[in-house]
Ligand binder design. Structure first.
Ligand code: PLP
Length: 383
Protein backbone atom coordinates (compact mmCIF):
# COMPACT_ATOMS: atom_id res chain seq x y z
CA UNK A 1 0.00 0.00 0.00
CA UNK A 2 1.38 3.39 -1.06
CA UNK A 3 1.40 5.69 1.98
CA UNK A 4 3.73 8.55 0.97
CA UNK A 5 1.92 11.55 2.43
CA UNK A 6 -0.17 13.70 0.13
CA UNK A 7 -0.63 17.02 1.93
CA UNK A 8 -3.56 19.41 1.44
CA UNK A 9 -1.10 22.01 0.26
CA UNK A 10 2.64 21.84 -0.45
CA UNK A 11 4.11 25.29 0.08
CA UNK A 12 7.68 23.97 -0.03
CA UNK A 13 7.19 22.91 -3.66
CA UNK A 14 6.12 26.45 -4.52
CA UNK A 15 8.94 27.99 -2.51
CA UNK A 16 11.52 25.85 -4.35
CA UNK A 17 10.46 27.53 -7.61
CA UNK A 18 10.72 31.11 -6.35
CA UNK A 19 13.37 30.76 -3.64
CA UNK A 20 16.07 32.89 -5.27
CA UNK A 21 13.77 35.78 -6.14
CA UNK A 22 11.82 35.66 -2.87
CA UNK A 23 14.94 35.45 -0.72
CA UNK A 24 16.48 38.35 -2.62
CA UNK A 25 13.31 40.42 -2.14
CA UNK A 26 13.31 39.79 1.61
CA UNK A 27 17.03 40.58 1.84
CA UNK A 28 16.50 43.81 -0.07
CA UNK A 29 13.98 44.95 2.55
CA UNK A 30 16.27 43.87 5.38
CA UNK A 31 19.24 45.72 3.86
CA UNK A 32 17.11 48.85 3.50
CA UNK A 33 15.78 48.53 7.09
CA UNK A 34 12.62 50.08 5.67
CA UNK A 35 9.99 47.79 7.18
CA UNK A 36 6.90 50.01 7.17
CA UNK A 37 5.18 51.15 3.93
CA UNK A 38 7.61 52.34 1.25
CA UNK A 39 7.87 51.60 -2.44
CA UNK A 40 7.28 47.82 -2.25
CA UNK A 41 3.87 48.37 -0.63
CA UNK A 42 2.91 51.10 -3.10
CA UNK A 43 4.00 49.10 -6.14
CA UNK A 44 2.23 45.99 -4.93
CA UNK A 45 -0.94 48.04 -4.49
CA UNK A 46 -0.71 49.28 -8.07
CA UNK A 47 0.03 45.79 -9.39
CA UNK A 48 -2.88 44.29 -7.45
CA UNK A 49 -5.30 46.99 -8.60
CA UNK A 50 -4.32 46.22 -12.20
CA UNK A 51 -4.61 42.48 -11.61
CA UNK A 52 -8.07 42.81 -10.04
CA UNK A 53 -9.15 45.38 -12.66
CA UNK A 54 -10.02 47.85 -9.92
CA UNK A 55 -9.01 51.50 -9.67
CA UNK A 56 -7.58 51.45 -6.14
CA UNK A 57 -5.90 49.01 -3.81
CA UNK A 58 -4.87 49.39 -0.18
CA UNK A 59 -2.58 46.77 1.35
CA UNK A 60 -3.60 45.74 4.87
CA UNK A 61 -2.50 43.42 7.65
CA UNK A 62 -4.82 40.46 6.89
CA UNK A 63 -7.98 39.40 5.14
CA UNK A 64 -9.81 39.80 8.43
CA UNK A 65 -8.61 43.38 8.75
CA UNK A 66 -9.51 44.02 5.10
CA UNK A 67 -13.13 43.17 5.95
CA UNK A 68 -13.02 45.17 9.17
CA UNK A 69 -11.54 48.32 7.64
CA UNK A 70 -13.86 48.17 4.61
CA UNK A 71 -16.90 48.02 6.92
CA UNK A 72 -15.46 50.83 9.06
CA UNK A 73 -14.96 52.99 5.98
CA UNK A 74 -18.59 52.41 5.02
CA UNK A 75 -19.64 53.53 8.53
CA UNK A 76 -21.13 50.19 9.52
CA UNK A 77 -21.77 50.21 13.25
CA UNK A 78 -24.29 49.71 16.06
CA UNK A 79 -27.88 49.56 14.83
CA UNK A 80 -26.87 48.35 11.36
CA UNK A 81 -27.57 44.94 9.89
CA UNK A 82 -25.25 43.23 7.43
CA UNK A 83 -26.46 40.29 5.35
CA UNK A 84 -24.06 37.42 4.73
CA UNK A 85 -23.67 33.65 4.50
CA UNK A 86 -23.41 31.44 7.59
CA UNK A 87 -21.23 29.00 5.59
CA UNK A 88 -17.96 30.93 5.61
CA UNK A 89 -14.75 31.44 7.54
CA UNK A 90 -15.31 33.17 10.87
CA UNK A 91 -13.69 36.46 9.82
CA UNK A 92 -16.59 37.48 7.56
CA UNK A 93 -19.01 37.50 10.46
CA UNK A 94 -16.48 38.49 13.11
CA UNK A 95 -15.85 41.80 11.33
CA UNK A 96 -19.56 42.68 11.37
CA UNK A 97 -19.90 41.72 15.00
CA UNK A 98 -16.78 43.56 16.18
CA UNK A 99 -18.22 46.82 14.88
CA UNK A 100 -21.40 46.36 16.91
CA UNK A 101 -23.50 45.64 13.82
CA UNK A 102 -25.78 42.63 13.54
CA UNK A 103 -25.01 39.77 11.13
CA UNK A 104 -28.15 38.60 9.34
CA UNK A 105 -27.75 35.24 7.65
CA UNK A 106 -29.06 33.95 4.35
CA UNK A 107 -28.64 30.28 3.44
CA UNK A 108 -26.44 29.04 0.60
CA UNK A 109 -27.19 27.61 -2.81
CA UNK A 110 -26.26 23.93 -2.34
CA UNK A 111 -24.69 23.67 -5.79
CA UNK A 112 -22.16 26.49 -5.40
CA UNK A 113 -21.97 26.86 -1.57
CA UNK A 114 -22.39 30.61 -2.12
CA UNK A 115 -25.15 32.82 -0.71
CA UNK A 116 -28.54 32.20 -2.36
CA UNK A 117 -29.45 35.52 -4.02
CA UNK A 118 -33.16 34.62 -4.17
CA UNK A 119 -33.32 34.50 -0.38
CA UNK A 120 -31.70 37.90 0.24
CA UNK A 121 -34.63 40.25 -0.48
CA UNK A 122 -36.71 38.78 2.38
CA UNK A 123 -34.00 39.71 4.85
CA UNK A 124 -33.63 43.33 3.78
CA UNK A 125 -35.16 45.72 6.30
CA UNK A 126 -34.83 49.35 7.38
CA UNK A 127 -31.62 48.60 9.34
CA UNK A 128 -29.86 46.74 6.51
CA UNK A 129 -26.72 48.58 5.52
CA UNK A 130 -24.64 46.12 3.50
CA UNK A 131 -24.36 42.67 1.97
CA UNK A 132 -21.17 40.59 2.15
CA UNK A 133 -21.22 37.83 -0.47
CA UNK A 134 -18.38 35.36 0.11
CA UNK A 135 -16.76 33.88 -3.00
CA UNK A 136 -16.27 30.51 -1.36
CA UNK A 137 -13.59 28.03 -2.45
CA UNK A 138 -12.55 30.29 -5.35
CA UNK A 139 -15.81 30.81 -7.24
CA UNK A 140 -17.73 34.09 -7.32
CA UNK A 141 -21.17 34.33 -5.78
CA UNK A 142 -24.07 35.11 -8.13
CA UNK A 143 -23.26 38.82 -8.23
CA UNK A 144 -25.79 40.25 -10.74
CA UNK A 145 -28.91 39.68 -8.61
CA UNK A 146 -26.99 40.65 -5.46
CA UNK A 147 -25.88 43.96 -6.98
CA UNK A 148 -29.42 44.56 -8.21
CA UNK A 149 -30.98 44.10 -4.75
CA UNK A 150 -28.25 46.29 -3.27
CA UNK A 151 -28.94 49.06 -5.74
CA UNK A 152 -32.69 48.93 -5.15
CA UNK A 153 -32.24 49.31 -1.39
CA UNK A 154 -29.10 51.52 -1.41
CA UNK A 155 -26.93 48.89 0.28
CA UNK A 156 -23.17 48.57 0.01
CA UNK A 157 -21.79 45.30 -1.33
CA UNK A 158 -18.48 44.20 0.19
CA UNK A 159 -17.03 41.12 -1.48
CA UNK A 160 -15.25 38.66 0.73
CA UNK A 161 -12.85 37.57 -2.01
CA UNK A 162 -10.27 36.10 0.39
CA UNK A 163 -10.42 32.76 -1.43
CA UNK A 164 -11.01 34.13 -4.91
CA UNK A 165 -8.22 36.38 -6.16
CA UNK A 166 -8.38 36.34 -9.97
CA UNK A 167 -11.76 34.57 -10.09
CA UNK A 168 -14.15 36.04 -12.64
CA UNK A 169 -17.86 36.69 -12.83
CA UNK A 170 -19.15 37.46 -16.31
CA UNK A 171 -15.67 38.56 -17.31
CA UNK A 172 -15.17 40.84 -14.30
CA UNK A 173 -12.67 40.10 -11.59
CA UNK A 174 -13.58 39.19 -8.01
CA UNK A 175 -13.36 42.17 -5.71
CA UNK A 176 -14.01 44.76 -8.42
CA UNK A 177 -17.79 44.28 -8.61
CA UNK A 178 -19.02 45.75 -5.33
CA UNK A 179 -18.16 48.86 -3.31
CA UNK A 180 -15.09 47.11 -1.92
CA UNK A 181 -13.38 43.73 -2.36
CA UNK A 182 -11.37 42.09 0.41
CA UNK A 183 -8.43 39.75 -0.11
CA UNK A 184 -6.24 37.64 2.16
CA UNK A 185 -2.62 36.66 1.64
CA UNK A 186 -2.73 34.01 4.35
CA UNK A 187 -0.22 31.36 3.20
CA UNK A 188 -2.90 28.87 2.11
CA UNK A 189 -4.67 31.27 -0.26
CA UNK A 190 -3.83 31.17 -3.98
CA UNK A 191 -1.61 34.22 -3.46
CA UNK A 192 -0.05 33.55 -0.08
CA UNK A 193 2.61 35.61 1.64
CA UNK A 194 5.28 34.65 4.14
CA UNK A 195 2.88 35.50 6.96
CA UNK A 196 -0.36 37.42 7.36
CA UNK A 197 -1.44 40.03 4.86
CA UNK A 198 -4.43 41.32 2.96
CA UNK A 199 -5.77 44.02 0.67
CA UNK A 200 -8.91 45.98 -0.14
CA UNK A 201 -9.70 47.02 -3.69
CA UNK A 202 -12.33 49.54 -4.74
CA UNK A 203 -13.24 51.88 -7.56
CA UNK A 204 -14.21 54.95 -5.55
CA UNK A 205 -11.38 57.40 -4.86
CA UNK A 206 -12.96 58.87 -1.70
CA UNK A 207 -13.56 55.43 -0.21
CA UNK A 208 -9.99 54.37 -1.04
CA UNK A 209 -8.67 57.50 0.69
CA UNK A 210 -10.75 56.78 3.78
CA UNK A 211 -9.56 53.16 3.97
CA UNK A 212 -5.96 54.37 3.59
CA UNK A 213 -6.52 56.81 6.44
CA UNK A 214 -8.14 54.22 8.70
CA UNK A 215 -5.25 51.82 8.02
CA UNK A 216 -2.89 54.16 9.86
CA UNK A 217 -4.94 55.22 12.89
CA UNK A 218 -6.75 57.89 10.86
CA UNK A 219 -3.67 60.08 11.02
CA UNK A 220 -3.14 62.78 8.36
CA UNK A 221 -0.68 64.44 8.63
CA UNK A 222 1.27 62.45 11.20
CA UNK A 223 -0.13 62.74 14.75
CA UNK A 224 -3.19 64.65 13.59
CA UNK A 225 -6.19 62.30 13.72
CA UNK A 226 -9.37 62.85 11.77
CA UNK A 227 -10.81 59.38 12.34
CA UNK A 228 -10.33 56.54 14.78
CA UNK A 229 -8.72 53.80 12.73
CA UNK A 230 -6.23 51.11 13.65
CA UNK A 231 -2.87 49.69 12.71
CA UNK A 232 -3.91 47.70 9.67
CA UNK A 233 -0.69 48.06 7.67
CA UNK A 234 0.77 45.42 5.37
CA UNK A 235 4.41 44.72 6.31
CA UNK A 236 6.93 45.72 3.65
CA UNK A 237 8.64 42.30 3.76
CA UNK A 238 5.34 40.63 2.88
CA UNK A 239 4.65 43.13 0.09
CA UNK A 240 8.10 42.40 -1.40
CA UNK A 241 7.44 38.64 -1.41
CA UNK A 242 3.94 39.08 -2.85
CA UNK A 243 5.42 41.12 -5.70
CA UNK A 244 7.59 38.14 -6.61
CA UNK A 245 4.61 35.78 -6.52
CA UNK A 246 1.92 37.89 -8.25
CA UNK A 247 3.32 37.45 -11.80
CA UNK A 248 3.08 33.65 -11.31
CA UNK A 249 -0.44 33.65 -9.85
CA UNK A 250 -2.28 33.03 -13.12
CA UNK A 251 -0.11 30.04 -14.00
CA UNK A 252 -0.71 28.61 -10.52
CA UNK A 253 -4.46 29.18 -10.71
CA UNK A 254 -4.54 27.54 -14.17
CA UNK A 255 -2.68 24.53 -12.81
CA UNK A 256 -5.26 24.28 -10.01
CA UNK A 257 -8.07 24.48 -12.55
CA UNK A 258 -6.50 21.69 -14.61
CA UNK A 259 -6.08 19.61 -11.47
CA UNK A 260 -9.77 20.18 -10.69
CA UNK A 261 -10.87 19.15 -14.19
CA UNK A 262 -8.77 16.00 -13.84
CA UNK A 263 -10.20 15.17 -10.38
CA UNK A 264 -13.72 15.59 -11.74
CA UNK A 265 -12.99 13.32 -14.71
CA UNK A 266 -11.48 10.70 -12.40
CA UNK A 267 -14.59 10.74 -10.21
CA UNK A 268 -16.80 10.34 -13.27
CA UNK A 269 -14.81 7.40 -14.63
CA UNK A 270 -14.56 5.68 -11.22
CA UNK A 271 -18.30 5.17 -10.91
CA UNK A 272 -18.43 7.17 -7.69
CA UNK A 273 -21.18 9.44 -8.91
CA UNK A 274 -23.71 8.08 -6.42
CA UNK A 275 -21.50 8.63 -3.41
CA UNK A 276 -19.75 11.86 -4.18
CA UNK A 277 -20.72 15.18 -5.70
CA UNK A 278 -17.90 17.07 -7.36
CA UNK A 279 -17.72 20.89 -7.53
CA UNK A 280 -19.93 22.60 -10.10
CA UNK A 281 -18.38 25.45 -12.02
CA UNK A 282 -21.08 28.00 -12.74
CA UNK A 283 -18.91 31.09 -13.24
CA UNK A 284 -16.47 32.04 -15.96
CA UNK A 285 -13.38 31.49 -13.83
CA UNK A 286 -13.14 29.36 -10.69
CA UNK A 287 -9.65 29.54 -9.18
CA UNK A 288 -10.05 26.43 -7.00
CA UNK A 289 -8.57 27.64 -3.75
CA UNK A 290 -10.21 24.42 -2.61
CA UNK A 291 -11.57 21.37 -4.41
CA UNK A 292 -14.52 20.38 -2.24
CA UNK A 293 -16.62 17.28 -2.73
CA UNK A 294 -19.79 16.20 -0.96
CA UNK A 295 -19.76 12.63 0.15
CA UNK A 296 -21.58 9.88 1.99
CA UNK A 297 -20.16 8.99 5.40
CA UNK A 298 -17.73 11.91 5.27
CA UNK A 299 -16.01 11.34 8.60
CA UNK A 300 -15.41 7.64 7.89
CA UNK A 301 -13.96 8.48 4.49
CA UNK A 302 -11.74 11.15 5.99
CA UNK A 303 -10.30 8.69 8.51
CA UNK A 304 -9.74 6.09 5.75
CA UNK A 305 -7.77 8.68 3.73
CA UNK A 306 -5.82 9.85 6.78
CA UNK A 307 -4.64 6.31 7.52
CA UNK A 308 -3.36 6.09 3.97
CA UNK A 309 -1.38 9.33 4.19
CA UNK A 310 -3.89 11.56 2.38
CA UNK A 311 -4.71 14.84 4.11
CA UNK A 312 -8.14 16.42 3.78
CA UNK A 313 -9.89 19.28 5.53
CA UNK A 314 -13.42 20.25 6.48
CA UNK A 315 -14.46 23.75 5.47
CA UNK A 316 -16.42 24.40 7.67
CA UNK A 317 -17.59 21.95 10.32
CA UNK A 318 -19.94 24.36 12.14
CA UNK A 319 -21.88 27.12 10.35
CA UNK A 320 -21.71 30.59 11.87
CA UNK A 321 -25.33 30.69 13.12
CA UNK A 322 -24.57 27.75 15.41
CA UNK A 323 -21.34 29.15 16.91
CA UNK A 324 -21.46 29.76 20.65
CA UNK A 325 -20.17 33.32 20.28
CA UNK A 326 -23.19 34.22 18.12
CA UNK A 327 -25.79 32.60 20.39
CA UNK A 328 -27.06 36.11 21.20
CA UNK A 329 -28.34 36.36 17.61
CA UNK A 330 -30.97 33.78 18.53
CA UNK A 331 -30.51 31.34 15.65
CA UNK A 332 -31.05 27.62 16.13
CA UNK A 333 -30.45 24.32 14.39
CA UNK A 334 -32.42 23.87 11.12
CA UNK A 335 -32.53 27.64 10.48
CA UNK A 336 -30.17 27.27 7.49
CA UNK A 337 -30.53 23.66 6.37
CA UNK A 338 -28.27 23.87 3.31
CA UNK A 339 -25.39 25.33 5.31
CA UNK A 340 -25.88 22.69 7.97
CA UNK A 341 -25.97 19.87 5.39
CA UNK A 342 -22.84 21.24 3.74
CA UNK A 343 -21.00 21.36 7.07
CA UNK A 344 -21.75 17.65 7.59
CA UNK A 345 -21.01 16.35 4.09
CA UNK A 346 -18.22 18.37 2.51
CA UNK A 347 -14.57 17.37 2.27
CA UNK A 348 -11.75 19.41 0.75
CA UNK A 349 -9.18 17.28 -1.08
CA UNK A 350 -5.47 18.01 -1.61
CA UNK A 351 -5.23 20.91 -4.05
CA UNK A 352 -2.20 22.91 -5.13
CA UNK A 353 -0.54 23.71 -8.45
CA UNK A 354 2.21 21.11 -8.08
CA UNK A 355 -0.18 18.24 -7.22
CA UNK A 356 0.71 15.50 -9.73
CA UNK A 357 -1.51 13.37 -11.92
CA UNK A 358 -0.39 10.28 -10.00
CA UNK A 359 -1.28 11.92 -6.68
CA UNK A 360 -4.75 12.82 -7.92
CA UNK A 361 -5.25 9.29 -9.19
CA UNK A 362 -4.25 7.93 -5.81
CA UNK A 363 -6.66 10.24 -3.99
CA UNK A 364 -9.65 9.22 -6.11
CA UNK A 365 -8.62 5.56 -6.14
CA UNK A 366 -8.38 5.56 -2.33
CA UNK A 367 -11.80 7.19 -2.06
CA UNK A 368 -13.20 4.50 -4.37
CA UNK A 369 -11.62 1.80 -2.20
CA UNK A 370 -13.33 3.11 0.89
CA UNK A 371 -16.77 2.75 -0.55
CA UNK A 372 -16.07 -0.62 -2.14
CA UNK A 373 -14.48 -2.05 0.99
CA UNK A 374 -17.28 -0.73 3.14
CA UNK A 375 -19.73 -2.44 0.79
CA UNK A 376 -21.44 0.89 0.29
CA UNK A 377 -21.23 0.87 -3.46
CA UNK A 378 -22.74 -2.60 -3.67
CA UNK A 379 -25.54 -1.65 -1.34
CA UNK A 380 -26.21 1.55 -3.19
CA UNK A 381 -26.25 -0.18 -6.57
CA UNK A 382 -28.55 -2.90 -5.27
CA UNK A 383 -30.99 -0.35 -3.88
C1 PLP B 1 -8.97 33.46 4.83
C2 PLP B 1 -10.29 34.08 4.88
C3 PLP B 1 -10.52 35.30 5.54
C4 PLP B 1 -9.55 35.96 6.47
O1 PLP B 1 -8.29 36.12 6.03
P1 PLP B 1 -7.04 36.24 7.05
O2 PLP B 1 -5.98 36.80 6.17
O3 PLP B 1 -6.75 34.85 7.51
O4 PLP B 1 -7.41 37.15 8.15
C5 PLP B 1 -11.78 35.89 5.42
N1 PLP B 1 -12.75 35.30 4.73
C6 PLP B 1 -12.58 34.12 4.10
C7 PLP B 1 -13.72 33.53 3.34
C8 PLP B 1 -11.35 33.46 4.18
O5 PLP B 1 -11.20 32.29 3.56
Amino acid sequence: METTPIPMLDLKAQYARIKDAADAAVMRVIESQHFINGPDVERLEQELATYCRAKHCIGVSSGSDALLVALMALDVGPGDEVITSPFTFFATVGAISRLGAKPVFVDINPVTFNIDPDAIADKVGPATKAIIPVHLFGQCAEMSPILEIAEQHHLAVIEDAAQAIGAEYQGRRAGSLGAAGCFSFFPSKNLGGFGDGGAVVCNDAALAEKIRLLRGHGSQPKYIHKLVGGNFRLDTIHAAVLRVKLPLLDSWSSAREQAAVHYTRLFATSGLGNLTVVPKVTQSRHIFNQYVIRCDDRDGLREHLRRRGISTEIYYPLPMHLQACFANLGYKKDDFPESEKASLSTLALPMYPELSTAQRERVVHTIGNYYVSAGKLARRLAA
